[in-house]
Design a protein around this ligand. Structure first.
Ligand code: ADP
Ligand code: MG
Length: 252
């Protein structure tokens, strides 16, 4: 599984700098949970990893390969669209809002990426999709359309769809925030299992019990900087910074 390095990552939208020099290393097979108030830059940071946003300065390396650029001698050269798309295949992303194709069944949603982007045959893609959907507990829902599934089921399809591309790192942006409380657990269980299987994961979440149990490191961001980081128990039970304490007292 991949290692991810954030090297002094800055991102501005116009005059507004929303990431102000993020340095972070996520070792292979480790789980990092990103927490912090709304607007602190968590989603932007994740989106920079697969180049949905382009960092204004600094670099992000996935397995030592820079997203978006190539090194030529001592110069940086922008990667081609094809190279960017290729590197994106290593980075799976799951959003708050599922983003499934509404006109496709669960099975077709999971088969789509491998067939379209990896040129895998329909029969092989189908076999893999059935296995993945079974793994996330939806083996009996293959032919259902998103509108026929609960939010928790849709999010599990979205996870299976991301995994179908055989990513080396998975990014989750508040994957349970849009779910009714009783559906949160089934999605977290799938994520827990994925972590156990050795996937490198960066998870933006407000689920502190998940962070406490699954994360190798918890990172607290505020105002575009990392304020504090540490092992979950230490950071969540004994935060060193006032901003962390105040945030945790509001979400706990
Ligand atoms: P978080 O995920 O922690 O809530 P975001 O990364 O979504 O934070 O946003 C960080 C800041 O960047 C916010 O102030 C937000 O308004 C701003 N922002 C995010 N995306 C854009 C964009 N495409 N254009 C302008 N500002 C943006
Ligand atoms: Mg966000």
């Amino acid at each position: 599984m991949s290692k991810v390095n954030f090297l002094n990552v800055h991102k501005s939208f116009g005059d507004v700098e929303v990431l102000k020099g993020i340095n972070l290393t996520v070792e292979p097979s480790k789980v990092v949970c990103l927490i912090g108030p709304s607007g602190s830059g968590k989603s932007t940071l994740l989106r920079c990893v697969n180049h949905l946003e382009t960092a204004t300065a600094g670099a992000i390396l996935v397995d030592g390969q820079m997203m978006g650029y190539n090194v030529r001698g001592d110069r940086l050269v922008e990667a081609s669209e094809a190279e960017i798309n290729k590197r994106r295949e290593d980075v799976g992303m799951v959003f708050q809002s599922f983003n499934l194709f509404g006109h496709m069944s669960a099975l077709e949603n999971v088969m789509f990426g491998p067939m379209r982007l990896k040129k895998i045959s329909r029969s092989v893609a189908r076999e893999q999709a059935v296995a993945l959907l079974t793994k996330v507990g939806l083996g009996d829902r293959l032919e259902n359309y998103p509108s026929q599934l609960s939010g928790g089921q849709q999010q599990r399809v979205a996870i299976a769809r991301a995994l179908a591309m055989e990513p080396k790192v998975m990014l989750f942006d508040e994957p349970t925030s849009a779910l009714d409380p009783e559906l949160v657990g089934e999605v977290l269980e799938v994520m827990r299992e994925l972590a156990r299987s050795g996937m490198t994961m960066i998870v933006v979440t407000h689920e502190m019990s998940f962070a406490r149990e699954v994360a190798d490191e918890v990172v607290f961001m505020d105002g575009g900087v990392i304020v504090e980081r540490g092992e979950p128990e230490a950071l969540l039970s004994n935060p060193q910074h006032e901003r962390t304490r105040s945030f945790l007292s509001r979400v706990a």
